[in-house]
Design a protein around this ligand. Structure first.
Ligand code: SAM
Length: 261
């Protein structure tokens, strides 16, 4: 066997073993009631460079992940695209875009795509995948954290967070009225598997997603559970909800039901 082939095989084999060991450790060690639950905000730093789960998005394991993820997640991208129903006039924000697999596979027809990630390695992989669109000025990659999106209010018409953390309040802020958001969670809490934590993060179920999105102001919530985990879709209302809006000029509290005139 040629020397270069041998070296490549050893590198891939070593990465696979490290990734496998990390997966098993994350899956079982951080799981269960015996561990203190992580802080809600810890998820925003856990996978970022320097965080306890940074292994997945940096170094050789990150490199391997950036190659495998777009292939392994093809079915997940399909479900997200179905739920989001992307159109040519959309401006899409992909939070935690990783190596750009979703944008490359499912958003080629979308007017403008912005990918955000905390990992420079993942952004470099996304840059290669979206090179043509970046050159054409219809795609942009941004180094930043989902906890505080570095964009103005009402910038996007659609957003995704596929197997990546997102702040519902921040997504609501950067979406235009009528904008859609789909989040995909690979490891939700379900009635069958109710362990509260894994991968150093709190696990969320359907009820958690419902209250998180409703508290942020979203409406039209739809949740799908199945292969690939939990998929949650919601929409930023186009007009303030008449049952909750308070008009300071009229000095009247909301009545609880809309009046039809
Ligand atoms: C499992 S990967 C998913 C990547 C991509 N969404 C996909 O499905 O192909 C999670 C990605 O989220 C990124 N990430 C983790 N924490 C983040 C944060 N707080 N802000 C932005 N990106 C984050 C990681 O660097 C990684 O690229």
């Amino acid at each position: 066997m040629r020397r270069r082939t041998k070296v490549a095989l050893i590198a891939v084999g070593t990465s696979a073993v490290v990734a496998g060991a990390a997966f098993v450790r994350g899956r079982f060690e951080g799981r269960g009631t015996e561990k203190a639950l992580p802080d809600e905000d810890a998820v925003f730093t856990a996978f970022a460079p320097g965080g306890p789960q940074a292994l997945w998005s940096t170094g050789p394991v990150g490199w391997l992940t950036s190659r495998i993820m777009p292939i392994a997640e093809a079915g997940v991208y399909r479900t997200v695209a179905d739920m989001l129903d992307l159109r040519p006039d959309d401006t899409l924000l992909d939070i935690g875009c990783g190596p750009g697999g979703f944008a490359a596979a499912k958003a080629q027809h979308v007017g403008r795509v912005v990918g955000l990630d905390t990992s420079p390695l993942m952004l470099r992989a996304a840059e290669r995948r979206l090179a043509d669109r970046i050159a054409a000025g219809t795609a942009e990659l941004v180094l930043g954290n989902a906890a505080e999106l570095p964009f103005g209010d009402s910038t996007f018409s659609a957003a995704t967070a596929i197997y990546a953390p997102a702040s519902a309040a921040e997504v609501f802020r950067v979406l235009r009225p009528g904008g859609r958001f789909v989040a995909a969670d690979p490891d939700p809490r379900t009635p069958k598997d109710n362990a509260p934590s894994s991968y150093g993060r709190r696990r969320w179920g359907e009820a958690d997603y419902r209250s998180m999105f409703e508290d942020a102001g979203f409406s039209d919530l739809m949740i799908r559970l199945g292969r690939g985990g939990l998929f949650a879709r919601c929409r930023k209302p186009t007009a303030p909800n008449p049952s909750t809006a308070f008009d300071p000029d009229s000095q009247q509290e909301p009545s609880g039901s809309a009046e039809i005139v």
